[in-house]
Write a protein that binds this ligand. Structure first.
Ligand SMILES: [Zn+2]
Length: 487
């Protein structure tokens, strides 16, 4: 999470507690926002509602736990945020494994995109158009205004139900439970944006899209395609059109604006192509995916041949055909200019590393990862594999150093904490091991397991400074759990 990049390991839990929960008490796992008479939520309250929803979404089945897809979305998202009216606002973009065409924004800058929408977008500009529109909903605080503007309900109830509904949008069963009451049903309806909100988000979103050098004509093109799909499906509108109501007026409005501007075709980035290809591959069985990409390359259809070859390598690996994966990878390297690592895309380097891991030529593989991690230190998928290889090669010290650097960048990444716990366990550093494990559990929302790990860390013993950090984390966690249990 970019907004937290200033923190460092050792304060992970404090940061979590500050942002998610304290100073507000919790009841039933939902924040008590106290007696607030204002009609606009403060930025901290927005962030807390978003964080709460996010913890539930992360724990849900539909969260797409793929660092490459999520890193790509954040890269694209932040390029757009830089050109928004609030460039310094913290955002987090994430993907959901859901074929329904949808994208949504939660208060505090959390923006979710369904895999269905990622695959429906025919160009990177179309995806950027959807993200710009969602960013505009956040910078204009639309949802926060809806939540805070409910004069008849107490803000606490409203916020609690809103969190449940927002989080449950990713999980239909939970959604049913969350909206069981009549009050919740009326709130569910009120959470959908109004026409005024939509027009404002379109206008501001278009501005972001243009400043970020994407094709602004992509916005009406995408909406027109969704409307056409609706007609073909006899009124069963994609989820996106239900949560962001589209009228012909609205599309005409956008077309009016963009038609005054010349048509500029902006080429898609390779990462956009690779992410889509990876999603296509993941929806098929390994054998079907191999057949699909073989066919696409043979007949030269469905677009970008580099992305198709990449899809083939990924699918061959999943199908345990290591030899052919290595051959196709060599061809892919030639297609991308032949320069391994420095000229390549981090996604291609990640799969190249995985081919080497599958072939088990250890000495070469370690050297490869050392260089790749230097060239692409931001690419988490590559870092995970490198750290795991270091642990398997008994290089716990190098792994621990790498993970500390990475956690400074991604202080809420539970996989990094798990790997760090592994490195410390290997070094016999028991306090640090349990502390890292505690942070992993805490960020997964499992506060009891986190407490248990902190107790173990305390028992393991350490320096005065280390023990005082553990004590302070324990204190905060206990207060939090106390508040949660009390009605
Ligand atoms: Zn909208």
């Amino acid at each position: 999470m970019k907004n937290m990049k200033g923190s460092y390991p050792g304060t992970g839990l404090t940061v979590l507690l500050l942002l998610c929960f304290s100073p507000y008490a919790l009841s039933d796992g939902l924040p008590d926002l106290g007696d607030i008479s204002q009609t606009v939520l403060t930025p901290l309250q927005e962030r807390q509602i978003g964080q709460q929803s996010m913890l539930q979404i992360r724990a849900g089945k539909q969260f797409l736990d793929d660092a490459e897809v999520n890193d790509y979305l954040n890269q694209l998202g932040y390029k757009l945020v830089e050109n928004s009216t609030e460039p310094s606002l913290g955002f987090e973009f994430f993907a959901l494994d859901d074929p329904n065409i949808n994208a949504f924004a939660m208060p505090g800058g959390f923006i979710g995109v369904n895999s269905g929408l990622l695959l429906t977008a025919q160009s990177e500009s179309e995806l950027a158009a959807v993200l710009s529109h969602e960013i505009a909903h956040v910078t204009q605080h639309h949802l926060a205004r809806i939540i805070a503007g409910q004069q008849n309900d107490s803000l606490t109830t409203m916020a609690a139900i809103a969190i449940a509904i927002l989080a449950a949008r990713t999980n239909p069963q939970a959604a049913e439970a969350a909206i069981a009451s009549a009050q919740a049903r009326s709130i569910q309806q009120q959470l959908d944006y109004t026409r005024t909100h939509e027009q404002e988000a379109d206008r501001i979103g278009l501005d972001i899209l243009q400043k970020s050098n994407f094709n602004i004509h992509a916005m009406p093109e995408f909406l027109n395609r969704l409307q056409l799909a609706t007609r073909l499906l006899e009124g069963h509108a994609p989820a996106y059109l239900r949560t962001h109501p589209v009228t012909s007026d609205r599309i005409a409005d956008i077309e009016n604006r963009v038609n005054k501007q010349p048509y500029r075709l902006i080429p898609d980035s390779l990462d956009f192509q690779l992410v889509r290809t990876k999603l296509i591959a993941s929806r098929k069985t390994p054998a079907d995916a191999v057949a699909y990409f073989n066919d696409a390359l043979d007949t030269q259809k469905y677009g970008n041949p580099v992305a198709q070859r990449y899809g083939l390598v990924v699918s061959l690996l999943r199908n345990h055909d290591t030899e052919r994966a290595a051959l196709e990878l060599a061809t892919l390297r030639k297609q991308t200019g032949g320069d391994p690592i420095s000229g390549g895309s981090p996604m291609i380097e990640t799969v190249a590393g995985q081919v080497m891991l599958a072939k088990k030529n250890d000495a070469d593989t370690l050297a490869f990862y050392r260089t790749a991690a230097q060239n692409f230190p931001q690419h988490r998928a590559l870092i995970y594999d490198y750290a795991e290889l270091l642990l398997q090669s008994n290089q716990a010290e190098t792994a621990a150093k790498l993970l500390i650097e990475q956690l400074a960048r991604h202080p809420s990444d539970t996989r990094l904490y798990d790997l760090q716990a592994g490195a410390y366990a290997m070094q016999g550093k028991r306090l640090e091991q349990h502390q890292a494990q505690a942070y992993s559990y805490a960020w997964q929302g499992n506060l009891y397991a986190a407490l248990e790990q902190l107790e173990l860390a305390k028992q393991a013993g350490g320096s005065f400074y280390q023990l005082s950090v553990i004590e302070s984390d324990l204190r905060e966690l206990r207060e939090l759990l106390d508040a949660r249990v009390r009605p």
